[in-house]
Design a protein around this ligand. Structure first.
Ligand SMILES: [Zn+2]
Length: 261
């Protein structure tokens, strides 16, 4: 007698084949999330969360939670981008938590990320997530740099740094006056909004696309000066580890996980 599958068994098997790959990738996504979060905690002391809206979140924020499959990808990218920094720089940023979310609104505005002075960093898992990670980290670094100072020196330090930045920014515009200027000297148009965004967008360009930064710097002396200033700031805030040699390695694509030993 020839053994034959009953129609029912045939359907079950087909169904299993259809379901298995999805189930399998969900497992892989969960493993990836767990693995990446553990790595970032152990090597950098970072707390990464994928929670939805909580009562602790700023009232002006509307948060949509990330799905597991997206979280697998997002944490992999986060791990790759964070690995460009030595632990010393990440420590200086004093990040309370990185909150990965699917979408984010601040009031009526749809945004890609935001950083609060308490060190909570929100990052939306968009295709531009690499950029957002570096951008928001630099905001956190700037916030912390000045909040750690003696309160009486804090404002002085901040004023001095931003006054110096505006000297570097020798296009000579400030705040709203950026509106309508040509974008020479800026990493992106968004950087024209104010001094904080100017700095964060230059840091973002340098850390996400170091080769592009080098090419653009050769054609744009103001942007070149800003990139140099960001390199100096990063060297100072990383205890000297993000030095010229490092930025050369970064541009050549040599900086990846394991670079810092
Ligand atoms: Zn920003």
């Amino acid at each position: 007698m020839t053994e034959r599958l009953s129609p029912h068994e045939g359907i079950v098997r087909t169904a299993k084949r259809l379901i298995l790959p999805n189930y399998d990738s969900a497992v892989r996504a969960r493993e990836s999330v767990r693995d990446n979060i553990a790595y970032l905690r152990d090597v950098y002391g970072l707390t990464v969360e994928m929670r939805g809206q909580t009562e602790e979140d700023e009232q002006s924020l509307a948060i949509n939670k990330l799905k597991l499959i997206e979280a697998g990808d997002a944490t992999r990218v986060l791990r790759k981008e964070i690995s460009k920094y030595p632990p010393e720089f990440i420590e200086q940023c004093r990040v309370k938590a990185i909150r990965f979310v699917f979408s984010l609104k601040q009031g009526e505005n749809v945004i890609d990320g935001v950083t609060y002075p308490d060190g909570t960093v929100y990052v939306v898992a968009t295709p531009l997530v690499n950029n957002t990670i570096h951008h928001e980290l630099f905001h956190a670094s700037d916030y912390n740099q000045h909040s750690r100072m003696n309160p009486r020196l804090k404002d002085f330090g901040r004023v001095l740094e931003y006054r110096y930045w505006n000297l570097v920014n020798h296009n000579g515009y400030v705040g709203d006056k950026y509106e309508g200027c040509d974008s020479t000297g800026f990493a992106t148009d968004y950087g024209r909004m104010n001094v904080y965004e100017d700095r964060a967008t230059v840091a973002e360009l340098l850390m996400t696309y170091p080769q592009v930064a080098t090419i653009r710097a050769a054609e744009d002396p103001v942007l070149s000066d800003k990139i140099d200033r960001i390199k100096t700031i990063m060297r100072q805030r990383s205890g000297g580890r993000m030095n010229l040699r490092y930025f050369s390695d970064l541009t050549q694509g040599k900086v990846r996980e394991g670079y810092w030993g």
